[in-house]
Design a protein around this ligand. Structure first.
Ligand code: 5GP
Length: 205
């Protein structure tokens, strides 16, 4: 069985990437990695569903025993990707989505060179700001910090292989799925298949 692939999805806070990822998992057969974080749960978030919510001490001990494949500090909190789930899913041939910020994405690319790096943006800055305000879960100070962070992240868009605009949810979801499908059809990713079919045809000739 061929190995699964890592699909790294990043985007500005407020780009709607969480909804996009949820829809990708519902509509197509992606597996979603659930991160660990020291951030407090937002209303409606459930431990083990959106995140594994950890204390700073618990998070540090995860780092210490190599339980995370990457981690980063974002605004005031730590976030990291648990190792075991990702490694097991890839081994079993599943494509795994990591919804993580840019430092984590760079770290994943250096460890897994065939990971696909996709950046999601709103169509403009006003939409981004409005979405953060309308979410209603963040203080003015945090919104300001997230907008500042977005300005830094915009510098890193260069390092992504695909930039997808989330203007219409369904289109954005389908665009991302198309990227993954076309990447998997590239001949570099079909080596085993080509050898196999050539051998079979030669044998019966
Ligand atoms: P939020 O607090 O809005 O849920 O997430 C803040 C940021 O942390 C988002 O950009 C999100 O993609 C990122 N993030 C979530 N999980 C991880 C993770 O495991 N690793 C890294 N590096 N970033 C993460």
């Amino acid at each position: 069985m061929s190995k699964g692939r890592l699909i790294v999805i990043s985007g500005f806070s407020g780009s709607g990437k969480g909804t996009v990822v949820k829809k990708l998992v519902e509509k197509y057969d992606y597996s979603l990695s659930i991160s660990a974080t020291t951030r407090a749960p937002r209303e409606g978030e459930v431990d083990g569903r959106e995140y594994y919510f950890k204390t700073v001490e618990e998070f540090k001990s995860l780092i210490d025993y190599n339980g995370l494949i990457e981690w980063a500090q974002y605004v005031e909190n730590f976030y990291g990707t648990p190792r075991k789930f990702v490694e097991d899913e890839i081994k079993s041939g599943k494509n795994v989505i990591l919804e993580i910020e840019v430092q984590g994405a760079m770290s994943i690319k250096s460890q897994y060179p065939d990971a696909l790096l996709i950046f999601i943006s709103t169509k403009d800055v006003e939409t981004l700001h409005d979405r953060l305000v309308n979410r209603g879960s963040e203080t003015e100070d945090v919104i300001k910090k997230r907008m500042q962070r977005a300005a830094e992240e915009a510098e890193s868009m260069e390092n992504y292989e695909f930039i997808v605009i989330n203007d219409e949810l369904d289109k954005c979801v389908d665009d991302i799925h198309s990227i993954v499908v076309s990447e998997s059809c590239k001949k570099e990713n079909r080596t085993e298949f080509m050898i196999d079919i050539k051998n079979q045809l030669t044998a019966q000739a």
